[in-house]
Write a protein that binds this ligand. Structure first.
Ligand code: FAD
Ligand code: NAG
Ligand code: NAG
Ligand code: NAG
Ligand code: NAG
Length: 485
């Protein structure tokens, strides 16, 4: 949906930044390792061994094949790399064989599901690329309480299957995002006010652990249950999720856009609107560019009287009201995220938009740059039990993003710095405005590479490291990129 040629860098904002300047290289270790170890002969030999070890349900592909190109494709160019081979496992047993070969050869590898990570090296590699695309099964349980979802599917696939049946899951808000990365990082949904994070609605993870053991992880497994809800690929490869089902009626949505003075009035009305609580079927997100965009959602055919009256009565540049199925609504939205919003904060956003808009556009005419803000109800994190992320459920932190997109690799450093600086300025503005962000975690699925793990996982980090030692003593998953405990 957004230009493939764009490099994207996405950065979580709702966070405690005490030292904005430095960032840890630690998370990036696996990625740089994959670059420095580039002995392609060794990688090729591993690809061949994998090809010999897997069943006919699975297959290895090499460059210049259509399958290879699809396997390695990502939503953002910045997170794409060319591996020596790609492999599409078709069974958990084959995932186990692949992991065993990788462990023996110690080659860098990647696990890709929906390919929506924007950080370099998180689901890409110069070594062996594992694409989960063959895990595409979706099936409703006999009692219709849960749905089994293969790790290779996107939310779009899941909605297309469930919504016509009057059922749904707590999933993504934008087309194309993968179920796996989204859920393993937490997952903020239009339905989070009602049911919590997507990870809170999982009942089983089917995991192939780093030594090739297949484990069904449920609430009974104290450690892995905690670790997989936010811990990404640190504990192995998930082949299947069982998710809770909820009834789905038609939904209502509105998309409003305001420019110039109208934007100021809309921002003030939005700040006023945010005096919680609201009906939990309601959800909103805002996009701050030069213009101000409001996306309003209601998980029912019509919002209750009064809920959105004031916002809808504002004079907007464009207004689109939507009534229809949940699937259509997802198609017509664009963007994500959030913070805690007061008038001074909105002023800070406006200033940042102007300041960086002016500078970044001088670097690249095709630059795309905006902030997404996402308020949730104060109790939305109370739906889940302790999990890797977020580190503190008693604190209602709203994730939020800055998107910077550009086309020329020569601008990388400048653009990435801008994203870091602008995020830091907004956090500073929030602190000045009296917000105590000391324990406010950055959302792991939005954080830019280099963000210290402590800022995302807080006091959970130590426990997560311990679980990692127990299940991955050989550090096999350390050969894949991502947030590494
Ligand atoms: C357009 C867009 C919209 C978005 N909307 C939302 C939103 O509404 N709410 C929200 O919370 N987030 C949202 N996100 C962020 C999104 O949740 C993350 O980018 C997520 O990690 C993507 O998952 P994926 O499977 O598509 O990505 P991938 O790039 O395939 O994977 C992401 C990470 O998960 C790991 N991983 C993937 N599959 C597996 C597996 N089977 N087993 C173990 N590890 C695995 C990968 O190794 C990688 O580190 C959005 C992102 C984009 C680009
Ligand atoms: C590269 O890998 C091949 C095959 O595994 C191995 O024989 C060779 O010694 C490796 N070369 C280096 C420089 O590590
Ligand atoms: C990223 O885009 C550039 C320019 O279009 C292209 O040359 C490069 O091959 C792309 N990289 C990947 C890994 O797709
Ligand atoms: C506007 O933002 C820039 C960049 O963060 C900052 O240097 C400047 O002080 C801000 N101005 C105001 C009035 O906040
Ligand atoms: C593999 O890991 C599992 C889970 O941690 C463990 O129970 C099992 O003993 C391990 N097997 C071997 C051979 O190390």
């Amino acid at each position: 949906m957004l230009g493939v040629a764009l490099l994207w860098c996405v950065l979580g904002l709702a966070k405690a930044l005490q030292d904005h300047s430095g960032f840890s290289q630690e998370n990036f270790a696996a990625y740089t390792l994959s670059l420095s170890l580039a002995n392609t002969t060794h990688f090729e030999a591993t690809c061949e061994k994998i090809a010999r070890s897997i069943s006919s349900a699975s297959q290895v592909f090499y460059p210049d094949s259509q399958e290879f190109d699809l396997d390695i494709s990502h939503w953002a160019n910045s997170s794409s790399q060319i591996p020596v081979c790609s492999v599409e496992p078709g069974t958990p047993d084959d995932v186990a064989s692949i992991l065993q070969q990788i462990a023996r050869a110690r080659v860098p590898f990647a696990v890709k599901s929906g390919g929506h990570a924007t950080n370099p090296g998180f689901s890409s590699t110069s070594g062996v690329h594992i694409s989960m695309t063959r895990f595409n099964h979706i099936a409703i349980s006999k009692d219709s309480r849960t749905v089994e979802v293969g790790a290779g599917v996107t939310w779009t696939d899941v909605y297309a299957y469930l919504v016509p049946k009057g059922l749904n899951v707590v999933g993504g808000r934008v087309n194309g995002v993968g179920v796996a990365g989204f859920t393993l990082g937490g997952g903020y949904s239009w339905k989070s006010n009602q049911y919590g994070l997507t990870a809170d609605t999982v009942t089983e993870f089917h995991l192939v652990s780093p030594n090739g053991t297949e484990i069904v992880v449920t609430e009974e497994d104290e450690d892995l249950w905690f670790a997989l809800r936010g811990g990404f690929n640190n504990y192995g490869i998930v082949t299947k999720f069982i998710l809770k089902l909820y009834p789905q009626t038609n939904v209502w949505g509105a998309s409003l856009s305001f420019e110039g003075e109208l934007a100021d009035a809309a921002e003030a009305a939005f700040v006023k609107f945010l005096s919680w609580p609201h009906d939990h079927k309601a959800a909103q997100m805002e996009v701050k560019q030069v213009s101000f965009g409001l996306s309003l959602f209601y998980d029912g055919p019509e919002p209750p009287m009064g809920l959105y009256d004031e916002l809808l009565s504002l004079t907007s540049t464009t207004t689109t009201i939507f009534q229809g199925t949940f699937t259509d609504f997802i198609v017509c939205t664009n963007g994500i995220p959030m913070l805690r919003f007061t008038e001074p904060i909105m002023k800070a956003y406006a200033n940042e938009t102007k300041f960086w808009g002016d500078r970044l556009s001088q670097y690249d005419d095709n630059m795309l740059f905006f902030y997404v803000l996402e308020p949730f109800e104060p109790d939305f994190l109370a739906h889940g039990e302790p999990s890797a992320y977020p580190p503190d459920r008693s604190l209602t932190v709203f994730p939020s993003l800055i998107y910077v997109g550009w086309t020329s690799a020569s601008s990388d450093v400048y653009m990435e710095d801008a994203a870091r600086h602008s995020a830091a300025s907004l956090v500073e503005a929030a602190i000045q405005d009296g917000q105590d962000l000391k324990n406010a975690a950055t959302y792991v699925n939005y954080a830019m590479f280099g963000t210290p793990l402590e800022r995302m996982y807080g006091e959970h980090l130590e426990r997560l490291r311990g679980i990692r030692k127990k299940y991955d003593p050989e550090d096999v998953m350390g050969l894949a990129g991502g947030w590494k405990f």
